[in-house]
Design a protein around this ligand. Structure first.
Ligand code: ADP
Ligand code: MG
Length: 215
């Protein structure tokens, strides 16, 4: 259907996202070793391997169940601070949302908008604090404005991925106010936040999948 993403598309897109994250395990480890404890690559790869397995082997009846599956799996398998945070990104957006057989861009954007609000409420971080929010907030705002002006999924995700990458790049300039990087103080300047890098990778993968498969 024109302008709508089918449940099957969403499922395939998140399998591609999982694959992309898994391929970047070592890269994420290296990033987190600089100003963290180096577990972020392992955490993300562990979570997304299980996401890929579940999406490939279980049946999701609607878009909500796809998001639910991704979020719950990350929450259950990643553990630690980031398991809850990345779980929140995928679970909290669909709370209270009527089951969607296929999904339009404005609903897709509003799911991430709700997730962003939940993430900020839970973690208390805001833009500039050197966390995943620095990539996630600009990407989500880009999706919302893309939906407002009627862009396609492909153009919207391409824009959102650019914003996520820009936001991730900006974390290099910041001192961390949350997580382990906080203890590094000024020494964290020059290094990207690992969670922001992961969010950027997730949006790059969604954008690439759209370009390759939609339209
Ligand atoms: P841990 O900090 O337990 O080692 P990870 O290394 O997997 O977990 O994840 C760390 C990432 O979590 C950080 O790079 C940051 O982006 C994100 N993060 C940490 N605390 C917060 C918070 N309060 N709000 C949002 N994101 C956070
Ligand atoms: Mg860590």
């Amino acid at each position: 259907m024109e302008g709508r993403l089918k449940v099957e598309d969403l499922r395939k897109m998140f399998i591609f996202v999982a694959q992309h994250v898994i391929e970047h395990e070592k890269f994420l480890t290296t990033i987190d070793q600089r100003i963290g404890d180096g577990d972020h690559g392992v955490n993300m790869a562990l979570g997304f391997k299980e996401v890929r397995r579940k999406l490939e082997s279980e049946v999701q009846e609607n878009a909500n169940e796809v998001f639910q599956c991704v979020g719950m799996t990350l929450l259950d398998t990643m553990g630690g601070a980031s398991g809850v945070l990345f779980g929140t990104v995928f679970i909290s957006g669909i709370v209270g949302l009527e089951p969607q057989k296929d999904i339009d861009l404005s609903t897709f954007a509003r799911i991430f908008q709700s997730s962003l609000a939940a993430l900020k409420k839970r973690g208390k971080a805001k833009v500039g604090d050197k966390t995943m929010i620095d990539a996630f907030e600009p990407a989500t705002l880009a999706l919302l404005s893309a939906a407002d002006i009627g862009l396609s999924f492909t153009d919207a995700l391409t824009l959102a991925a650019e914003k996520a990458r820009e936001g991730m790049e900006k974390t290099k300039q910041y001192v961390a106010r949350f997580g382990r990087a906080k203890s590094y103080g000024e020494a964290a300047i020059g290094h990207a936040d690992a969670g922001a890098v992961s969010v950027s990778l997730i949006f790059q993968a969604m954008a690439r999948w759209m370009r390759d498969n939609i339209r």
